[in-house]
Write a protein that binds this ligand. Structure first.
Ligand code: AMP
Length: 411
């Protein structure tokens, strides 16, 4: 198939890489230098014109931005199959207030919350919560619109920084899991669960980012937990909306069961990188089935080997980012490197954004996947490069023989 991948980050490079390996002809818009290695890129955001000019059989949308402004509606109006929700459905991600009220209406488990439209209302709402508590900006913020406030002064500062339209909510404790399904409007196909790392520094310290690394391991959720997520979260959400595309539930696995932190209306970045690395079937076929209402009976196959992606970020990220640093060592590092914030400068590949690269590898077990990934990371370099050194450590700890022996079964 001729498949147009919309977007230009690490997630889209991973999708394009996977589809190219399956023998599909890949087009990327606006693309990036990594995606250009997998197919042909057209540096434009007029996606419909691109699809029509290259005769695309199918399009898949990476980022939320084009979905929120209705790219999937435009494609459907021209009868070009596309994987992605309608503009209306994309509001689930574009507005946290809308998302929380949607969950409340459907009885989908989520953190207790108050919506606020003014700074005064938000400040008044603080007394309903204990610390730590969470302040969230209503609109799209690339993962950076959330503050965990440890005390009243921090909460008030967050209200000033993120307001006035806010969600104030209870802090949930537990393991965070990214659960993504592909839906054709009625039938859903669950991807393997993954775990992201949002904070910029080791030990989940520092400000939140778009995601500093992720891993995919078949043990992240048990079969029972997966079923619980499908029954209590995914089925009501898809049933009420006929959602099509990728529905991403950011979960907290609490002692009271899985609760939703947020819904996204597309694949996660960086979760997609380890997911594409582990996938072992025709992803293009699953995408076409989702876009044409034919997912019933479809399955996905995964390699048993866990996979890990470590994001290499530019100087300053997640604040003001320096660009133009020369990137070295990608081709000989020994892992798959998905490109995100890169561009071709006069002296070759250089940094062009906050999250620059996603170094991704698999291994016979999680420990060896981690070791291979970090060995590759040590061979890549650019000025100001920084990354977390503890990606997947939570999983390694959870499944170490000592920890497993000390936990009750079924957790
Ligand atoms: P969100 O954009 O809503 O997923 O929030 C970004 C990150 O903030 C999440 O991935 C969590 O790490 C953290 N977070 C958000 N809401 C909560 C909550 N209610 N309790 C604990 N952590 C949260």
């Amino acid at each position: 198939m001729k498949i147009l991948v919309i977007g230009g980050g690490g997630r889209e490079h991973a999708i394009a890489w996977r589809l190219a390996r399956e023998g599909h002809q890949v087009f990327g818009a606006p693309g990036n230098p990594g995606i250009a290695q997998e197919g042909r890129i057209l540096e434009t955001t007029d996606y419909l014109a691109v699809a029509e000019s290259v005769g695309a059989d199918l399009a898949v949308v990476g980022p939320e931005g084009p979905l929120v402004v209705g790219v999937a509606d435009q494609f459907r109006a021209r009868k070009i199959p596309i994987v992605g929700p309608t503009r209306d459905m994309a509001q689930l991600e574009a507005s946290k207030i809308h998302c929380k009220e949607f969950m409340q209406r459907l009885g989908i488990p989520t953190a207790r919350f108050v919506r606020a439209e003014t700074a005064n209302a938000a400040t008044d709402a603080l007394s309903n919560f204990e610390y730590p508590m969470v302040v969230k900006a209503d609109g799209l913020a690339a993962g950076k619109g959330v503050v965990i406030a440890q005390n009243r002064a921090e909460a008030e500062a967050a209200i000033r920084a993120l307001g006035p339209r806010l969600v104030i909510e209870e802090f949930l404790q537990g393991e965070e899991v990214s659960f993504i399904v592909l839906s054709d409007g009625r039938n859903v196909l669950a991807l393997e669960a993954t775990q992201d790392h949002k904070a910029v520094a080791d030990g989940d310290q520092g400000p939140n980012t778009g995601g500093m690394g992720a891993y995919c391991d078949g043990r992240i959720l048990s079969a029972r937990e997966t079923q619980q997520v499908l029954d209590t979260i995914i089925a009501p959400a898809v049933g009420a909306t006929n959602f099509t595309g990728f529905l991403y539930a950011g979960l907290m696995m609490t002692v009271d069961g899985p609760k939703v932190l947020e819904f996204n209306v597309r694949l996660g970045d960086p979760e997609t990188q380890p997911l594409m690395h582990r996938l072992d079937c025709d992803f293009g076929d699953a995408l076409m089935r989702a876009a044409t209402g034919a997912l019933n009976g479809a399955t996905l196959r995964w390699k048993p080997e866990p996979s890990v992606c470590v994001v290499l970020a530019a100087a300053g990220y997640p604040g003001n980012v320096r660009t133009g640093d020369r990137i070295e060592g990608i081709d000989s590092c020994g892992a798959q490197v998905f490109q995100a914030g890169t561009r071709l400068g006069e002296n070759g590949l250089e940094t062009a954004g906050g999250r620059v690269l996603g170094v991704t590898a698999s291994g016979t077990d999680l420990a060896s996947a981690v070791a291979s990934t970090y060995a590759a990371v040590s061979r890549v370099h650019f000025g100001g490069m920084h990354y977390r050194r503890d990606i997947a450590q939570k999983g390694l700890k959870r499944w170490s023989p000592a920890t497993i022996g000390s936990q009750p079964s079924g957790t």
